[in-house]
Structure formats: C-alpha cells, structure tokens
Design a binder for this molecule. Structure first.
Ligand code: CU
Ligand code: CU
Length: 403
C-alpha cells in the first residue's frame, strides 16, 4: 500500500474516539429518550385522563339533552301536537333524527297537476276605501297542496298558506277580527303594528273570537304570523301572510305582485297521505320545499304577466321560518329597491339581488322593455331547486323557461 504511515497511524485513535463518541452519543440518546418518555407520560397521562373525563361529560350532557328533549321539550305534550309523528322523534339516548329529504319528489302526472292547481293570487288587490280597513281572519287546521301531488296538514289564516294578502293605505286604521276555528290556541302578530303584543297578539282559544285595532302608521310590506308558542312551529305549519301598507307617494307602476317566501319541512313525502312537520328538519333548516306563495314553482305553470315597457312592483315578504330570500329577477335589474321595505327613505337603484330577511320584506320595481320570459328567484339557489322560482311573462310570449 502506498499510504504514508502518518496517515494510517493517527487514524486509529481517531477511530476509537469516534467509537467512544458513538457510545457517549447513544448514552445521551438513551437519556434523552428516557427524559422524553418521562415527559410524555407526564403530559399524555393527564391529557388522556382529561379526554376520558370530557367524553364522559359529553355523554352525560347528551343524555341529559336527549332526556330533556324527550320530556320537557316534547311537542307531544302540547295541545294538537300528539298526532304529529315527525315531532316525536326524540329517543332517550339518540336525540332526534330527520326523515330523509323529500325535495323535488314528483308524481308521474306532476305537470298535469301543476296546470290544474289554482295559483295563489299574487296580484295586489286595491286597498279598501275609508278610514278603517276591516280584516277578518279565520284560523284553522286544513290540508293544503304545497307542490304538484304533495299535501301538507297545515295551520292557516283563511284556508291557504300564506294567508290572504292584506292591503291598506298608510294611516288607515286596521280593525282585525280573529276567529279560531282550530282545535288549539292561535293568535296573530302583525309586524306592521306598534301595539302592546301581550294585549293584541294574545292567544284566541278554540271556538273564540277577538277584535283589536291598530293604525297602519308605517309604510312597507310586513309579515303577519301566528305568535302562539312555539311560534316557530305555527309559522312552519303555514300561519303567516303579508300586509302591504302603502304610502301615497310611490311612483305609479303598471303591475303589482305580492310574493311570500316560505319553507316546508315534511315528515313524509306527502303523496299518499298529507305530511306534517318534521321538527328536526325545521331545526336543522333543511327544508324539502321552498315556495313563493306556498306552492312550489306555481308561477312557472301560471306565470305573472306584464307588457313590454311596463314597470312591475314586487312586494316581497320572507315568512321563513328560517331562511333568507335573495330576491333576483333573471334578465333584469331591480331598478328601484326599497331594502327592508323601508318606504320612508329613498330606494337604492339598479341592484342585481336584494336580501329579504326571514321576518322581513322588500319592495322592488323592475322595468322590462323586451318581451320574454323572466324568472324571479331566490338567488340562494338551493331554494330554487326546492321550488322557489316563478316566471314573469312579458308580452305574453309562448313557451316556458326552467332555471
Ligand atoms: Cu297558531
Ligand atoms: Cu314576527
């Protein structure tokens, strides 16, 4: 070998040093490992304990909540609720479960049924003359159609959901007579009224009537609804409607339509027998149907109409009970938009989509010059899929449009 000795000899101690270093390294590693293991045990053990305790706590909480739902929260304890299977889905330990979605379900003859359905009148009727507008509302339990071939055991003002549109002039006194033809207490809450709710909005017992008055001092388009507890259930079951309080200074338009948005939460398909409320779906805000004026896409088969050059005014209320409506007219802009139904201030102009909150309203003017078919929707598109779409036919053109 040609290696110089000097290069070879020093290599040995160096090698030994390496070995020693390796040994001492492994000692350090062992010590580090032991230290780490110690720390790990010290840290992980309490975490594990904590997790175990919290899991037990969560189980206890869940059991308590389920027990509470099964006893105190059970709608079956309330009058008129016992016959609602969708509302008694609580179990001792499992909580409540929603029925599967029935969204979009349609029988084979759905088109024919849709054509036969008498659309809820959306055209705004004139306000009564005189200083007092008399409004009589019967409250009842009745079966309504909410989509082609789909029925629902509703609670209603009048015999429809939404209830009748009320149209008064700003400053008019509204004299309300309520008659309860239903089997349980109901009431009415007018968002248009500034009035002591414990007096005017109190329960009317079955078979009884009551009358109260309020002055429609604030212009706008307002929701009315049953306020009997739980109002959520009374609204979800159909007890809502719109009241238009019209000021004298709005620009004239050629057509005025009232649209009430609402959701339906079904505990069955509603085909062979009427559905009723699935409270779990309602709590989860996962409707089966979302409608304009209570019936899925009814203004597709029975379009609202206008002529080219007309301005159309939409009075929109979102009855909820929970979802917001994002009002939009396809192929148009909202030329005047009184957001939140604020008719005291100037409108906004030329906006594409206007929010209408649950329990709120909005007034929207749309001027359309070209003949055609213009869908109006909530641009929260899941709602369109569940039925919240209608058509404005401008110029009485042939055909239809889906969206
Ligand atoms: Cu009610
Ligand atoms: Cu309310």
């Amino acid at each position: 070998m040609a290696y110089p000795a000097s290069t070879h000899l020093p290599a040995r101690p160096a090698h030994r040093e390496e070995l020693e270093r390796d040994e001492s390294d492994s000692h350090i590693l062992l010590k580090l490992f032991a230290l780490f293991a110690g720390i790990a045990v010290a840290v992980i053990l309490p975490i594990g304990l904590w997790l175990a305790v919290s899991a037990q706590g969560a189980r206890d909480d869940a059991e308590k909540a389920a027990a509470k739902a099964a006893s105190a929260g059970s709608m079956a304890d309330m009058p008129g609720m016992a016959a609602m299977p969708g509302m008694t889905g609580a179990t001792a330990k499992g909580g409540t479960y929603a029925t599967p979605s029935f969204a979009g379900l349609a029988p084979a003859n759905a088109d024919a049924l849709a054509m036969r359905h008498a659309a809820f009148p959306a055209a705004l009727a004139p306000a009564p003359a005189g200083a007092v507008a008399h409004v009589t509302l019967a409250m009842q339990h009745t079966t309504v159609s909410i989509a082609p071939g789909i029925r629902y055991d509703a609670w209603t003002f009048g015999d429809t959901a939404p209830g009748p549109v009320i149209h008064v002039r700003q400053g008019q006194t509204v004299a309300v007579t309520l008659r309860n033809d239903g089997p349980m207490p109901h009431s009415i809450d007018f968002h248009a009224a500034q009035i002591a709710p414990n007096v005017a909005f109190g329960d009317v017992l079955p078979g009884q009537s009551k009358t109260f008055t309020f002055v429609a001092s604030t212009p706008g388009v307002f929701m009315y609804h049953c306020g009997t507890a739980p109002a959520f259930v009374h609204i979800a079951n159909g007890m809502y409607g719109a009241i238009v309080v019209e000021p004298s200074n709005l620009p004239a338009v050629q057509h005025e339509y009232v649209l009430v948005s609402s959701e339906w939460y079904l505990n069955s398909a509603g085909e062979s027998a009427p559905a009723s409320l699935d409270l779990t779906k309602a709590n989860e805000m996962t409707p089966d149907w979302v409608t304009w004026n209570g019936y899925a896409h009814q203004y597709k088969e029975h379009p609202l109409t206008a002529d080219p050059g007309d301005t159309v005014r939409f009075w929109v209320v979102d009855a909820g009970p929970s979802l917001t409506t994002d009002f939009h007219v396809v192929g148009a802009v909202l030329e005047r938009a009184w957001l939140n139904g604020d008719l005291v201030d100037a409108p906004q102009h030329d906006i594409q989509t206007a929010p209408v909150p649950a329990g709120g309203g909005g007034v929207f003017d749309v001027k359309i010059d070209k003949a055609g078919i213009y869908p109006f929707v909530s641009h929260s598109f899941a709602s369109v899929n569940m039925g919240q779409v209608g058509l404005l036919n401008v110029g009485h053109v042939a055909g239809t449009m889906s969206h």
